[in-house]
Design a protein around this ligand. Structure first.
Ligand SMILES: *Cc1c(COP(=O)(O)O)cnc(C)c1O
Length: 361
């Protein structure tokens, strides 16, 4: 069998060592004679796992003491609704900075709950999409919070500078770049991420939130999404997705064992640089994102011809390079190269791209 590299944007590939460990302990977890998914979340073993996972994540991601780590269900889209329910006051306003599909979807959902202002922060220059300077300190104080998405998974636009919102609460949807590099969490009021891109399988959502933002929810907020109730019940108000939580805990352990986020950032930068450099020197492929905003996680490219793009995706798939088709709203190709993608996967992709270009000039 040819080696398969999975470039799926999400659910995405998991570290092989993690899957091998799951396989090895699936039928008999911690000598209980059962799998982890068959035991009570309130039993000693699972409670210890939950505690350990939070301690590991705190260490790995350098989460300050005055921030809570919560796990919820409903994905990032669930949080699109939970955020205004928890943090937008009845007569308040929130500002949504939009830079693509997901930040736009978050703003649209928030409108169900109140008064939302939206600012498109994208720029177009010489056919390249970029992001404006992000200083909103002069207008931010009229808002309960400012929301943005630092990595637009579909277009491959990443925002490396943290927007300046003065003393206003900044909220980030980090679904597709969480744990890809160290960040200064103290600049944010809250960050959140669906697990299925860079942390684990679908079904669990991470929320990291500053203590003072907990306890402001509207009365009508569903209890499962009320941050105070989640905190007071250690993210176990309802039965948590235990198997997904377990997988996330193994991913955290794996990252810590491999040098933490500094080390993963170096690898991620090396992978992305290799791929963008190849695209830039090739007359056959094009990436349409301004250099300063090129995503380290989702690399989009096109031949400029729909038929050739379709042929590329199909032949790449046959060669073991999976899920390279771009999102349907954008077309072209997208290589998602999250933490779990080894550099060998990027090298195999580049070798294939080169061969395909020569055959289809
Ligand atoms: C995938 C993704 C989402 C949607 O996540 P769900 O868990 O399916 O709700 C939202 N935001 C970003 C940035 C994403 O990449």
């Amino acid at each position: 069998m040819t080696e398969v590299f999975n470039f799926s944007a999400g659910p995405a590939m998991m570290p092989k060592e993690v899957l091998q460990r799951v396989q090895a302990e699936l039928l008999d977890w911690e000598s209980l004679g059962t799998s982890v998914m068959e035991v009570s979340h309130r039993g000693a073993n699972f409670m210890a796992l939950a505690k350990r996972s939070i301690e590991d994540l705190r260490k790995l991601f350098n989460v300050p003491e005055n921030y809570q780590i919560l796990f919820a269900q409903g994905g990032a889209r669930g949080q699109f609704a939970a955020i205004p329910m928890n943090l937008l006051s009845e007569n308040g306003k929130a500002l949504y900075l939009t830079s693509g599909h997901w930040s736009g979807a978050a703003a649209k959902e928030a409108r169900l709950f109140g008064d939302i202002d939206e600012i498109n922060i994208l720029t177009e220059q010489d056919g390249k999409t970029g992001v404006k300077e992000l200083d909103f300190s002069d207008i931010a104080d009229q808002y309960d919070y400012v929301h943005y998405c630092p990595n637009e998974t579909i277009s491959g636009v990443e925002i490396f500078d943290v927007p300046n919102v003065g003393n206003t609460t900044l909220i980030a949807d980090m679904s597709s770049n969480i744990l890809s590099r160290p960040i200064d969490i103290s600049k944010f009021g809250m960050i959140y991420a669906g697990a299925q891109k860079n942390m684990g399988p679908a079904g669990i959502t991470l929320i990291i939130i500053r203590d003072d933002l907990i306890g402001k929810a509207r009365r009508s907020t569903p209890s499962v999404w009320n941050y105070q109730i989640l905190r007071d019940h250690d993210s176990m108000f309802n039965t948590p997705p235990t198997f997904a939580w377990y997988l996330c805990s193994l991913v955290f352990e794996n990252l810590l064992a491999n040098g933490g986020l500094e080390s993963v950032e170096l690898k991620n930068r090396a992978k992305a640089e290799l791929l963008y450099q190849y695209i830039d020197q090739s007359p056959f492929y094009r990436n349409n994102i301004a250099e300063a905003n090129r995503s380290l996680m989702n690399v989009t490219f096109t031949t400029g011809n729909d038929e050739l793009n379709a042929k590329f995706v199909s032949e790449a798939n046959a060669a073991g390079l999976r899920a390279l088709k771009g999102h349907k709203v954008l077309g072209g190709m997208r290589a998602s190269i999250y933490n779990a993608m080894p550099i060998a996967g990027v090298e195999a992709l580049i070798a294939f791209m080169d061969k395909f270009a020569q055959e289809n000039q």
